[in-house]
Design a binder for this molecule. Structure first.
Ligand code: NAG
Ligand code: NAG
Ligand code: NAG
Ligand code: NAG
Ligand code: CU
Length: 241
């Protein structure tokens, strides 16, 4: 009985010594990277995203293995965080792992230079087998769209208890921009060089205000991008049937 209690207390003590994995979002010169991008993290571990890439305009947006550059209802999303100059401390966002039994996949939804196509993707608790990080990266390169829909703090397998921390001088864009159209994978060639042709942005998005923790600026499933995807899926399903 006493031994059991001690074991329970010991387990609680271990659980409260929360481990932290720091992930750098963006590299120097705007490089579209998450570092590290192959993360192992057990329940309760904090994924501490630090937006150290300068300049940077990145997001941390949950997707699925099957659709690496597509957000989903119930997935986490930081919104775009625009860093024009280094700050101390940098912007950051903490996600806590709530289920370490399934892989968690995420991408950056920035359309300028098409970060998801350029490999700004990562996996947590990637398991051996066909759903490898390499395959996820390969799928990201050829993804049909980089979906822009806005998620929130709560995700699947990992969740944030607060919006990203923004130091002075850093802005966050939370509204999915109507002028950010889906980008065809076919147009990606030389993605990192040019201006990413169709990636114009709107100043309307810059008047952003914080959304509520769980709020979504644009409901999933109601953008033309998503409808296009659904139409494609239906067409695909029809062909299978
Ligand atoms: C990612 O991590 C998993 C688990 O440690 C490992 O099996 C896999 O080989 C790693 N993949 C890459 C690309 O490093
Ligand atoms: C982590 O939490 C999930 C969800 O509660 C649970 O299914 C899983 O077994 C936990 N992992 C471990 C190693 O206990
Ligand atoms: C994120 O978690 C780390 C580790 O616990 C903590 O030091 C930091 O203050 C947290 N950041 C925010 C913005 O809550
Ligand atoms: C940052 O990205 C957001 C979303 O695409 C966009 O609205 C904003 O104009 C961008 N800012 C800069 C300076 O690139
Ligand atoms: Cu990015």
């Amino acid at each position: 009985m006493l031994a059991t209690s001690i074991a329970v207390l010991a387990a609680a003590a271990v659980a409260s010594a929360q481990s932290v994995v720091t992930i750098n979002v963006g590299g120097p010169g705007g490089a579209p990277t998450f570092s590290p991008n192959n993360i192992t993290a057990s329940n309760g571990t904090i994924l501490n995203f630090v937006f150290t890439g300068v300049p940077g305009n990145h997001s941390v947006t949950q997707s699925t293995f099957a659709a690496p550059c597509t957000s989903f209802e119930g997935g986490f999303d930081s919104g775009w965080i625009l860093v024009t100059a280094a700050t101390t401390p940098p912007p950051s966002w903490n996600l806590t792992i709530t289920n370490d039994q399934k892989p968690i996949w995420f991408y950056c939804k920035q359309l300028v230079n098409q970060h998801c196509h350029a490999g700004m993707v990562a996996g947590v608790n990637v398991q051996p087998g066909p759903n490898s990080l390499q395959q996820f990266e390969a799928n990201a390169k050829t993804a049909a769209t980089i979906q822009q829909d806005e998620g929130g703090n709560s995700g699947t397998g990992a969740t944030a208890s607060a919006d990203p921390f923004l130091p002075a001088g850093v802005s966050r864009f939370v509204a999915a921009s109507a002028t950010n159209p889906p980008v065809a994978a076919a147009s990606v060639s030389g993605a990192n060089g040019g201006g990413g042709g169709s990636s114009s942005t709107t100043s309307a998005a810059s008047g952003s205000t914080s959304k509520s923790s769980t709020g979504r600026a644009v409901p999933f499933g109601f953008t033309s991008n998503v409808l296009t995807v659904f139409a494609g899926m239906l067409a695909g399903a029809a062909m299978v049937l």
